[in-house]
Design a protein around this ligand. Structure first.
Ligand SMILES: NC(=O)c1ccc[n+]([C@@H]2O[C@H](COP(=O)([O-])OP(=O)(O)OC[C@H]3O[C@@H](n4cnc5c(N)ncnc54)[C@H](O)[C@@H]3O)[C@@H](O)[C@H]2O)c1
Length: 379
């Protein structure tokens, strides 16, 4: 029987993205998949019910009935436990699971014997690149972070030579040159700023330089397995601190994106460092959600201290909902290729490396060790 894929309107606060866009719906329906879309699911990202319906989706007004008919529910964030209770036993949920924020929902998925695939756990192997939603959304977050920095800055970013005098280019410092950091560098460069960047992974230096920015070198290499950062030793931390300190004090804007997967974000900018910054300078802390790279960051808020504005945005990709949804939806389309066969039928190969890596809940068990501890340790 053809599989029923469902998309309900996202309920988490400020979430404007939608898991599927009409273009991807059309590909699914052409391959025989039945697609249900809750009325208004895409409206905040500017995808209309009409566009979904032209793509072959059934638009439904009754959220409960969408949830109860879904074989596969596609989400940005898991629904609340009461809604998970409406899903069929053995239904599949695919999306970001953000387990630490959704402990009760994950517990409910386990109780209901659902299968949940967490996109943030998709292994970063070549075959999975088109499914890498962490990267697609970080790309958008990095772009928006540079715009936010420019917006809060009292200065122009580009160098200007005008009849009213010459303006020096602003100095933008990017801490953490992963996917988001590199996009922030590229965007700040396009806005005409002088850009410097720092990352504990020396390999990032080449990418930073190729974008026309200066890489702050420290004589250590903290790249661990899988291309992620390891934690630094106390001596390394001290050296790093001195170098970053100096660069921060010179910057007009600092964009921080440093993360260590599964842990609290590393603290890179202390209160004292903020007090050494130039008046009018700006910090945009992309790690606000995981504890912040700056000591003064308020998650979801803006703090002004010592004439320095510290912005701690949550869900920046959600502020560019049209393209964030489009990219996320393409990631899901690729992922669904591992779950649904060419005839539009459910065909999940649990031995596939990508599915194995991203499987969070299955058959009444939490399969991801860290999440299991988080959920079952709190009962
Ligand atoms: N499919 C793939 O092969 C694939 C896809 C995406 C990313 N990657 C690679 O994975 C790596 C991580 O990417 P990400 O953007 O998801 O990373 P992330 O969001 O986990 O972290 C962001 C950056 O912060 C850096 N960081 C951590 N601690 C720091 C500190 N104390 N000071 C300064 N910087 C610090 C990390 O090195 C990383 O570059 C990168 O090498 C990236 O190129 C590979």
């Amino acid at each position: 029987m053809a599989v029923t894929v469902a998309v309900a309107k996202e309920k988490s606060e400020g979430e404007k993205r939608v898991a599927l866009v009409p273009e991807v719906v059309s590909r699914l329906t052409k391959s025989g998949v039945r697609v249900l879309v809750e009325s208004g699911a895409g409206e905040e990202a500017y995808y209309t019910d009409g566009a979904y319906s032209s793509a072959g989706a059934e638009i439904m007004h009754d959220r409960k009935s969408i949830l109860s008919q879904a074989d596969v529910l596609l989400v940005l964030q898991p629904p609340a436990p009461a809604e998970i209770a409406l899903l069929r036993e053995k239904a599949i949920i695919i999306g970001f699971m953000s387990a630490s924020k959704n402990v009760e929902s994950i517990r409910k998925m386990k109780e209901r014997k659902l299968t949940a695939f967490a996109l943030e756990l998709v292994p970063r192997i070549t075959r999975a690149q088109s499914m890498d939603a962490l990267s697609s959304q970080a790309t958008i977050g990095g772009y928006k972070a540079a715009l936010v920095a420019a917006d809060y800055s009292p200065k122009l970013l580009p160098m200007l030579t005008t009849a009213a005098g010459t303006i020096r280019p602003a100095k933008v410092l990017i801490l953490g040159a992963g996917v988001a950091g590199l996009m922030a560098i590229a965007t700040a460069r396009r806005l005409g700023a002088m850009v410097e960047a720092y990352d504990v992974r020396r390999a990032a230096g080449e990418q930073v330089r190729s974008l026309g920015a200066r890489f702050l070198e420290l004589q250590i290499d903290a790249e661990a397995a899988g291309g992620y950062a390891r934690e630094l030793t106390p001596e390394e931390k001290q050296k790093e601190q001195a170098m970053v300190n100096e660069a921060v004090s010179q910057a007009d804007a600092v964009i921080t994106t440093a993360n260590i997967p599964g842990r609290k974000a590393p603290r890179l900018i202390s209160k004292e460092m903020v007090s050494g910054m130039k008046p009018g300078s700006v910090i945009v802390d992309l790690a606000a959600e995981t504890g912040g790279n700056c000591e003064l960051t308020k998650a979801g808020g803006v703090v002004v201290e010592n004439d320095v504005t510290i912005v701690g945005p949550l869900n920046l990709p959600g502020q560019i909902p049209f393209h964030a949804s489009q990219m996320y939806s393409k990631n899901l389309q690729s992922f669904l290729g591992l779950v649904i066969d060419r005839e539009g039928k459910l065909a999940v190969n649990f031995d596939d490396e990508i599915l194995k890596g991203s499987l969070m809940v299955h058959d009444g068990e939490i399969r991801h060790a860290q999440t299991k501890e988080l959920v079952e340790g709190r009962q």
